[in-house]
Design a protein around this ligand. Structure first.
Ligand SMILES: [Zn+2]
Length: 393
């Protein structure tokens, strides 16, 4: 390999991108992908029982969004991979989607079963928007149009032209391991952010002709006092045999099953990210859209994979995302957080799952005792310790 291609193993000669690791395995063929989406995918509607257990989003405490606590990190889950992250005077939005469907169409395609907790107009002024890749559930045209040109958009290679076509020009495009230093346009020197575009194992495309033409990534965000890792959409290893799925859309602690422990190669990037940038105060990690495993594992991690990534990147605390919003795959809707809970037997305080959108999570490392439990407010009627009363409104 010539020296010019060192560090560019993820670039292809044709100008596209690839996952340069054995952990990606063999990608499913175009035919098997079509077969899955056309004939095999579980398209059953979300049952009333599940809807009831999930409950409605809590009423958002807009005051908390407008006045985030000083010195702490406040994360608000808007659903799927959308978080409002507030720290060191910064307001950062991740993979924002406020639309009803994640689809090229407003009539067909996966429809949101958990409503957004507040309208987009109620957001505080957003400084930076980070985008992990161009799939419809992570890059939503109506949402980007509504956010407009004021925030700085940080995107992986190849996506800038999509923004330009919408008239959005405040965009910086980065390759893996490249970084951008954000400073506040109003000259506030205390408001700075270092953002690093980091690898993950996924793919891209918005139509049938643009597969893997643009890059996918995760993000490291570093402010003067906080460090956050946003995992985007990612696989971790590649499972060839189907090893789990109990069926039905309601999982119980008894019926959930696990990925078999197999000696599989794992994506090496997470340990590298942990080594270069860890520890992180918070990691937002995907825990859903993994079943059937043999089909999804190369591009979407299981809850167990997410816990492995939590450890690899050296996160002090993680929140599960990419579940409970759109039905994209076959696993039971309520299964992902249960599996995190089961696998995370060592220390329940480190991996949190939020079942209700709009719950603010106030991460204050000086006062960790507040955040000691994974909680499922509505699950089986069990009340776990709420994270932070002042934000649980
Ligand atoms: Zn995706």
């Amino acid at each position: 390999m010539g020296s010019e291609s060192v560090g560019k193993e993820h670039h292809t000669a044709a100008g596209g991108f690839r996952n340069p690791w054995p952990s990606y395995g063999k990608r499913p063929s175009f035919l098997s992908t079509m077969k899955f989406f056309m004939f095999e995918m579980d398209r059953s509607a979300v049952s009333e029982e599940v809807k009831q257990r999930l409950g409605a989003p809590l009423k958002t405490n807009l005051d908390a969004l407008a006045n985030p606590p000083v010195g702490a990190l406040q994360a608000t889950w808007v659903g799927h991979a959308t978080f409002l992250l507030q720290f060191d005077k910064l307001n950062v939005l991740t993979d924002p989607i406020w639309s009803d469907r994640c689809s090229p169409s407003t009539i067909v395609g996966p429809k949101r079963f958990m409503p957004v907790p507040f309208p987009i107009k109620d957001l505080p002024p957003v400084d930076v928007v980070i985008i992990s890749h161009n799939h419809y559930d992570h890059l939503d045209e109506a949402t980007v149009r509504a956010l407009g040109n004021k925030p700085l958009y940080l995107v992986p290679l190849g996506i800038k032209s999509w923004f330009t076509s919408l008239g959005i020009t405040n965009v910086v495009e980065l390759d893996w391991w490249q970084e951008h230093q954000f400073s506040a346009p109003d000259g506030d020197n205390s408001k700075t952010l270092r953002a690093v575009c980091t690898p993950c194992q996924h793919f891209s495309g918005r139509g049938i002709l643009d597969r893997d033409k643009t890059l996918w990534c995760s993000w490291v965000l570093e402010s003067p006092s906080k460090k956050v890792y946003f995992g985007g959409d990612t696989g971790f290893c590649s499972v060839t045999k189907d090893s789990d799925h109990p069926g039905g859309d309601v999982a119980t602690r008894e019926t959930i099953s696990y990925s078999k422990k197999e000696d599989l190669p794992v994506c090496p990037s997470f340990a590298e990210i942990g080594k270069r940038f860890g520890p992180f105060d918070l990691a937002c990690l995907p825990i859903g859209a993994y079943s059937p495993r043999h089909f999804m594992s190369s591009i979407h991690c299981s809850p167990e994979d997410a816990v492995a990534i939590h450890i690899a990147v050296n996160a002090k605390r993680s929140i599960g995302m990419h579940w409970g919003t759109f039905k994209l795959t076959d696993e039971a809707i309520l299964e992902p957080p249960l599996r995190v809970e089961k696998v995370w037997f060592l220390n329940l305080s480190d991996f949190m799952n939020i079942i209700l959108a709009s719950r603010c999570v106030n991460i204050n490392m000086q006062n960790v005792s507040k955040f000691l439990h994974i909680f499922y407010d509505n699950y089986n009627g069990t009340k776990y310790c709420p994270l932070s009363k002042e934000f649980a409104t």
